[in-house]
Design a protein around this ligand. Structure first.
Ligand SMILES: [Zn+2]
Length: 205
């Protein structure tokens, strides 16, 4: 189990592939038994994902914030995730973006005004935490929006790619490991599909 994951997970949770945060966020749409599944379809799903990823946010996310997630918070996560997903897709396929999606990300990016503060507990190591006027559930969306702006428009050094394996819908950062696929499993499936296609072309079946 992941170090900060809640003890009980709801059904059909998205995989955590260890991608940079904005890509992990858009990868919360994932295939289950041949159909696309929304990893944020209930407040419990949003709480699970945030709990599992909380160590990746500068925002401190207390348990009370996770248990307080409601339907409107969930709706906000879905809106931001869907806009982010379309923007990443447009980026990797070099299409024009939808101005509505850009506006969604920019709107969230401007919420609150977080600033870094030093937290240094006795006996521990110093760490930077973000504080601001937005409640934690909004502040984490702001962090995601900032990271997404940096990913698509800044100089993050990341190379987002869409996994080309058959049936895969995930995005991954090719700069991290020079992979062609999001995972070893997808690489194996893509090679097997290529082998199958070549074999059938040669045999004429
Ligand atoms: Zn894949």
């Amino acid at each position: 189990m992941l170090p900060d994951a809640p003890a009980s997970a709801p059904a059909d949770i998205p995989p955590l592939n260890g991608e940079p945060l904005p890509l992990e966020f858009v990868n919360t749409v994932f295939p289950v038994r041949g159909a696309l599944c929304d990893g944020f379809r209930t407040p419990e799903h949003v709480a699970w994902w945030l709990g599992a990823c909380r160590h990746r946010f500068a925002t401190h996310i207390p348990d009370s914030a996770l248990s307080g997630i409601g339907a409107s918070d969930t709706h906000c996560f879905v809106l931001l995730r869907d806009a982010a997903r379309r923007l990443v897709d447009a980026y990797v396929h070099q299409h024009d973006s939808d101005p509505w999606d850009v506006a969604q990300v920019n709107r969230v990016s401007s919420l609150g005004r977080p600033w870094p503060q030093l937290r240094w507990n006795t006996g521990g190591r110093p760490m930077a935490v973000e504080v601001g006027t937005a409640p934690p559930i909004v502040a984490v969306q702001v962090e995601i929006a900032h990271a997404l702006v940096d990913l698509l428009g800044g100089e993050s050094g990341m190379e987002p790619r869409a996994c080309p394996a058959p049936g895969c819908v995930f995005f991954f950062d090719r700069a991290r490991s020079r992979r062609e696929w999001c995972s070893t499993g997808c690489g194996n499936r893509a090679r097997a599909a290529r082998h199958y296609a070549r074999h059938h072309r040669l045999s004429g079946t």
